[in-house]
Design a protein around this ligand. Structure first.
Ligand code: SF4
Length: 378
């Protein structure tokens, strides 16, 4: 019997894993075993052979940023000739195009731009919601929210988040989590704040009634213990949300992926696809209080994306009509709905469009036999 067998057995029995268990899983290379257990745990929560996705668009409203993360190929420093802030009309046009193709979600993210006042965000959200009341604004990472607090003339974090929610912000993406441990954060993004700063924004969002997603990026030279701590810190924050009865379901999804070093100033070896699949499986096994785990197939490529649906993922993320941050780092997998449908079907699943709250809007039938075969095999 290997060292991971008793840990995986306990997870299958519904026992919660401890820090040393999660570290032991990260230190093991028995990824097939972990994938099998992650898939079993996924099927308990999602017994239908359906893989969901959301039709949405990334809007990078500004690339001006004073956080200077070492791994980021997207930002331009304040004062740079290549810096931009999109005019409101351009942003509204992009949202119109999203609505026109049946899209429901806008992931608006940008740099921490010191020249934009807090009123800019409130006015923009109000303008968007006045024209598109049906669109879900799943926008702004914790680093941007902290910048808004900084320029808000003394508002508390809770008040900043409350005002954003009132103006039309519905949900927070978990961007900028990277590794939720300060040793690694200091090395790669010294000015981005501590892991606690990141989590404080998520908790403020849960208290204000917004849902969020959690992310994790591996491959910065972090230790296995730091990866394990990251997962358990997310799990603890979700416990806190549910235990305290905040008016939110907290983290609706968790999304791990790997650092893409091309075109960045941070020289690191790319984490392997096996490392990614292992991390996804361990995330599903260790975080026992979040329902949805997304495949990062845009970053990892279509073939690994399909495999990820057997390693704990039940969701294919967003159609992401635009993704300047990832494509600036050299990952240029073109994305569209047809391709997503094809990949999900090739993995033996039935694709279904969902909204940001993970409610299914449309099931794309036509793959029932493959789905039946998939169920038989599992
Ligand atoms: S990752 Fe975000 S916060 Fe960091 S430099 Fe890039 S745009 Fe700025």
């Amino acid at each position: 019997m290997s060292t991971v067998d008793p840990i995986l057995d306990r997870a299958l029995k519904g026992e919660r894993l401890q820090l040393e268990d999660v570290i032991a899983l990260f230190e093991s290379d028995e990824i097939e075993k972990m994938g099998h257990v992650a898939n079993q745990l996924m099927l308990r929560r999602h017994p239908e052979p359906i893989t969901t996705f959301v039709v949405g668009r990334n809007v990078n409203y500004t690339n001006i940023c004073d956080t200077y993360c070492r791994f980021c190929a997207f930002y331009r420093a304040p004062g740079s000739k290549e810096g931009y802030v999109l005019p409101d009309e351009v942003i509204l046009q992009k949202i119109q195009e999203t609505v026109d193709v049946g899209g429901t979600e806008i992931l608006m993210q940008g740099g921490t731009n010191p020249d934009l006042p807090f009123s800019y965000y409130l006015n923009l959200l109000r303008k968007i919601k006045a024209r598109f009341p049906q669109i879900t604004m799943h926008s702004f990472s914790p680093a941007e929210i902290h910048k808004m607090k900084e320029v808000s003339n003394g508002l508390s974090l809770d008040e900043v988040v409350r005002q954003l929610h009132e103006a039309g912000l519905d949900s927070l993406p978990g961007g900028g989590a990277e590794i939720l441990d300060d040793r690694t954060r200091k090395k790669i993004s010294r000015l981005k704040g501590s892991w606690r700063d990141w989590m404080d924004v998520m908790t403020a969002a849960h208290k204000a009634g917004m849902t969020t997603t959690g992310t994790m990026v591996i491959g910065f030279g972090e230790s296995m213990e730091e990866r394990a701590l990251h997962l358990l810190r997310i799990r603890d924050a979700q416990d806190e949300c549910l235990r305290n009865g905040y008016p939110s379901r907290g983290f609706l999804a968790f999304i791990p992926w790997t650092f893409q070093p091309d075109n960045t100033n941070l020289k690191r070896e790319k984490a392997t696809p096996e490392e990614y699949l292992k991390t996804l499986a361990i995330s599903r096994i260790a975080i026992d209080n979040i329902d949805n785990f997304q495949s990062s197939w845009v970053t990892m490529g279509p073939e690994i994306g399909k495999l990820s649906l057997s390693y704990g993922a039940n969701d294919f993320g967003s159609t992401m009509m635009e993704e300047n941050v990832v494509s600036a780092a050299g990952t240029t997998h073109k994305v569209n709905i047809e391709l997503i449908l094809r990949l999900i079907r090739e993995a033996g699943k039935i694709p279904a469009q969902r909204n940001t709250q993970y409610q299914i809007l449309k099931v794309y039938h036509g793959n029932e036999q493959a789905a039946k075969d998939f169920v038989m095999q599992n």
